[in-house]
Design a protein around this ligand. Structure first.
Ligand code: GSH
Length: 230
């Protein structure tokens, strides 16, 4: 085993890379990071002092790879599988990178801002920034609806890195700002993502942890059932 993924099964950015790994059946070992545990946190900081995860460690090539988009491109280059996550054509690849950035910056980021606000003590919450994040999510939904057109996936008819970015971002964002009836293509796209075996596996593995999510009650019904382990 050469690949080790430092991650947490509830973390949306980790879901993005897990989906990519499962798409290609890439063998790897998980190293679960518990940020509340000093030793566990230190093991992450030794690899990437920024302290964000996931981080990929490749013992075979002696590489430490942070940042989800870079990890997925690295996997695509060094461990290709049946689902190429970046198209070979440079123009097509740019489109994939654009939509990957779009989901990270304009769906994941506002989604994380809303969740982070909920996790703050009452007195230090910031309703104005939550409202701003909700507005950004609504703008992003409209743009995704337009981009989808007749496409199956966000950048065309093949699943790519951009869809790996989309899946967890939309999964959590929908619990905060529902898609709404006007976003029919987005709703169908989201369903396709949920049904994709690689993402379905990610969600199944996250099931025992979903009760920690502060908006747990807004998750789709099938993800609300699992109770904390005794
Ligand atoms: N730009 C980073 C973002 C990663 C990120 O924000 N990860 C979250 C988990 S979903 C994290 O590390 N949170 C812990 C923290 O911010 O302290 C990437 O794409 O890898």
């Amino acid at each position: 085993m050469s690949l080790f993924l430092y991650q947490h099964p509830l973390a949306s950015f980790c879901h993005k890379v897990l989906m990519a790994l499962y798409e290609n059946g890439t063998p790897f070992e998980s190293r679960i990071i518990d940020l509340g545990n000093e030793e566990s946190r230190a093991s992450l900081l030794r690899l990437w002092p920024i302290g964000k995860f996931p981080v990929l460690r490749d013992e075979a090539l002696d590489s430490t790879v942070p940042e989800t988009s870079i990890i997925i491109e690295y996997l695509d280059q060094h461990y290709p599988g049946p689902t190429p996550l970046l198209p070979p054509d440079p123009t097509d690849a740019l489109c994939v990178r654009l939509w990957d950035r779009f989901f990270d910056l304009y769906v994941q980021a506002p989604m994380q801002a809303i969740v982070a606000d909920k996790n703050r003590p009452e007195g230090v919450r910031d309703p104005a920034s939550v409202e701003q994040a909700q507005t950004l999510l609504r703008t992003a939904y409209g743009m995704i609806e337009q981009q989808l057109g007749e496409k199956t996936w966000i950048a065309g008819n093949a699943l790519t890195m951009a869809d790996c970015a989309a899946a967890p971002a939309l999964f959590y964002a929908e619990t905060l700002v529902p898609f709404g009836k006007q976003h029919v293509r987005l709703t169908h796209y989201y369903q396709r993502l949920l049904e994709r075996p690689s993402f379905a596996r990610v969600l199944k593995e996250a099931m025992p942890y979903f009760h920690f999510y502060p908006y747990h009650e807004n998750l789709p019904a099938q993800f609300r059932s699992e109770r904390p382990h005794a």
